[in-house]
Design a protein around this ligand. Structure first.
Ligand code: GUN
Ligand code: ZN
Length: 438
């Protein structure tokens, strides 16, 4: 099963073969999909692996996540700005030690594999070696990862700050080392407007000018206190997004995490610049940030992908992220002035946001996110009956769409039986800590 179009706009957004086969070439790319009998009989020389009773789908894409925050998921009691100061900055300090960073990178990538996430757009820390550690680990697995070094030169502890000049030079060196090196891609990563001076945002814009095909990855309009603070720090700006726009940071391959409190003109601006938003429901609920308006993003034509935002997000599982996304949309209806204008989030749209929709948001739909012939064969084998409750409930689900909805509601890493990268099965041993001692 995979998507060929957006379920919001297409009558036939997916292809599903009840007894299907995926043919992968020796180059790790998709050669064909179709009914198993046809694919097998016309490729008699191919090795056949039988996953009867399972569902084969493209791997999930996480449009926004922080690998250094793996060790601080579930930190109690604070909203964004206090949460950053109390938990996040002390945690990120440790990533000046590359050996430490490598251990966490291993654990992080193991979690992605366990949860069927085959590509992610990832924040490192301010330390360039944190990004080397992640890319090196991803490269040993041949995994498509987009990541960048955080740029931050104010409003954080001194031991986490860079400068406009060092952030430019360090990011540039990382771009030259990693961008398009194997499957790695680089994202220029200012943390968010409050932790960068105008001088630093200017340098970020300069990097994007010099390297037009890299990504830009930051946070936007997550929390009301944060938005007010941005207005104080950039008093002449016309709102939060305008700060980024004025430094040339909004364009294709610019990904803004959250966008919970965007104004209508800001949605219009994101659409116009072809920027994307990462919808991170578990994080938005956990930090009490608010409810992202997916319907409005869709109305304005803004590209959206689903993000876990671990460690403010509470799960690595795309299934659990869809589960929470559904609830966010339910609450929109509950609080709408006119609830009849609000539609529930369908299972099809949810899975789309975690696969082809995210690939489009990341400008990677010609490589990943679907089983289009020639795409990289990153895929998962899902067991819809992985737990007793799933098995019991699935017996009462009739259509594939019903089954997908039950799977996102009840499923998690236990339902992800196998994860493949470029046609190669990945193995993660339970209890793997990646050499990192707890
Ligand atoms: N805004 C700035 N930094 C962060 C972060 O680490 N997590 C989240 N959720 N929001 C941020
Ligand atoms: Zn984040």
């Amino acid at each position: 099963m995979h998507f060929v179009a957006d379920p919001a706009t297409s009558q036939n957004p997916y292809e599903y073969y009840e007894d299907g086969a995926l043919l992968v070439g020796s180059d790790g790319k998709v050669k064909a999909i179709g009914p198993a009998s046809t694919i097998i009989s016309s490729n008699y020389q191919a090795q056949v692996i039988d996953y009867s009773g399972r569902l084969i789908m493209p791997g999930f894409i996480d449009s926004h996540v922080h690998y250094p925050q793996t060790e601080m998921i579930g930190s109690f009691g604070q909203q964004l700005l206090e949460w950053l100061n109390t938990y996040t900055f002390p945690t990120e300090k440790q990533f000046s030690d590359k050996t430490y960073a490598k251990g966490v990178a291993k654990t992080f990538l193991n979690e992605l594999m366990r949860n069927g996430t085959t590509t992610a757009l990832v924040f490192g820390t301010v330390h360039p070696q944190s990004v080397d550690a992640l890319f090196e680990e991803a490269q040993t697995r041949n995994m498509r990862i987009i990541a960048g070094k955080v740029m931050m030169d104010r409003n954080a502890p001194s031991w986490l700050l860079d400068t406009p000049a060092t952030s430019y030079a360090d990011s540039k060196a990382l771009i030259q080392r990693w961008h398009k090196n194997g499957r790695a891609l680089y994202a220029v990563t200012p943390r968010f407007a409050p932790t960068s001076t105008a001088a630093q945002l200017t340098e970020a814009g300069r990097l994007l000018q010099e390297y037009p095909d890299v990504y830009m990855h930051t946070h936007l309009s997550e929390n009301k206190g944060e938005i007010a603070w941005v207005q104080e720090l950039f008093p002449s700006s016309n709102g939060y997004l305008d700060v980024y726009n004025s430094f040339g940071l909004s364009r294709k391959r610019s990904v803004y995490a959250h966008g919970v409190h965007l104004r209508d003109d800001e949605f219009a601006s994101l659409a116009q610049t072809q920027s994307a938003v990462a919808f991170c429901p578990t994080s938005n609920l956990f930090l009490g940030s608010g409810l992202f308006d997916l319907q409005k993003a869709e109305d304005y034509g803004v590209h959206v992908g689903l993000g876990t935002d671990v460690g403010a997000g509470t799960s690595f599982s795309a299934l659990q992220t869809m589960n929470e996304a559904y609830k966010v949309i339910q609450l929109h209806k509950a609080y709408a002035e006119d609830p009849s204008t609000r539609e529930p989030l369908t299972a099809l749209k949810a899975y789309y946001l975690a696969t082809l929709g995210a690939a489009k948001a990341l400008d990677l739909d010609n490589k990943i996110g679907s089983f289009k012939v020639g795409n990289e064969a990153d895929f998962i084998v899902v067991n819809p009956n992985a737990t007793d409750l799933l098995k019991f409930r699935m017996q009462r689900a009739t259509s594939i769409v019903d089954k997908l909805f039950v799977l996102q509601t009840l499923g998690d890493d236990r339902a992800i039986e196998k994860t493949y990268l470029m046609g190669k099965r990945q193995t993660v041993t339970t209890g793997t800590t990646g050499g990192y001692n707890y």
